[in-house]
Design a protein around this ligand. Sequence first.
Ligand code: FAD
Length: 277
Amino acid sequence: MKISFEFFPPKTEAQRVTLAETRQQLIPLGPEYFSVTFGAGGSTLDHTAETVADIHQHDGVPVAPHLSCIGGRPESIRQLIENYRQQGIDRIVALRGDLPSGMASLGEFRHASELVAFIRAETGDHFHIAVAAYPEVHPEAETAAMDLKHFKAKVDAGADSAITQYFFNADAYHFFVERCRKAGIETPIIPGIMPITNYSQLSRFSEMCGAEMPRWLRRRLQDFGDDRAAIAAFGTEVISRMCEQLIADGVPGLHFYTLNQARPSLAILRNLGLAPE
Ligand code: FAD
């Protein structure tokens, strides 16, 4: 099973140390790649590039920088991808991103499909380009059908694979993939897996990004209150079972949203027999 792990770029020394430890714990699993997120509007641009270079030079694991285009200028995006190419980096996760509140200018790129087309026009087939997919429908989409059409536009523009927004319901993923295949989308669609470690944070985040937390899951997690250990134990069980089902159904890989913590992903991977005890 192909496994990949997503990190955010650390901003403080303490966060840097945490991420360094996390990477060391995950490298022995032989991940397909590590990916590093990007802040829209360029706010974490330097941190992303720094973290990417650090992984590329030290980890022996391929690295995929995320790149979001909203509010970005073609010259700066051109420079950034050229910089990655010159370092020998050959993966990119191409996104639209979200504008920070109060930022009015959309810039020249409106949709991720335009970024994918731009990267292809600038660098040909150099990069493996992954894009985002939304089994439960992107929160801004007018309809599920329009969202699918826009997802197809990213693939038609040259995306090689997709990583999904996280979900807690494997059926959402399966029906989405089935619909994609019927629409002629053949690219691998890798489920994004979010370990459950903190109820209030996850609840807020899920609300924002349109990932549905089923009522039964919310109610169970609420019962644990501040008992982080109990939340983590139950969360590991829930996500492990969902991953088991996804693997049995033949998913092409699992992409873990680590939030820079190794332990929650490792606990799930151990349950799946994909990490040593
Ligand atoms: P798009 O594919 O452009 O779609 C966004 C919305 O616009 C959708 O509703 C779509 O239906 C609609 N749309 C697309 N094309 C058209 C069109 N031609 N006409 C009208 N409507 C259209 N955010 C970050 O800031 N940094 C990150 O590093 C980051 N990493 C992510 C990684 C993954 C795997 C995922 C799933 C999300 C990530 N995000 C990240 C969040 C992402 O930026 C947001 O979800 C954002 O709102 C949409 O980005 P997108 O690339 O999916 O956009």
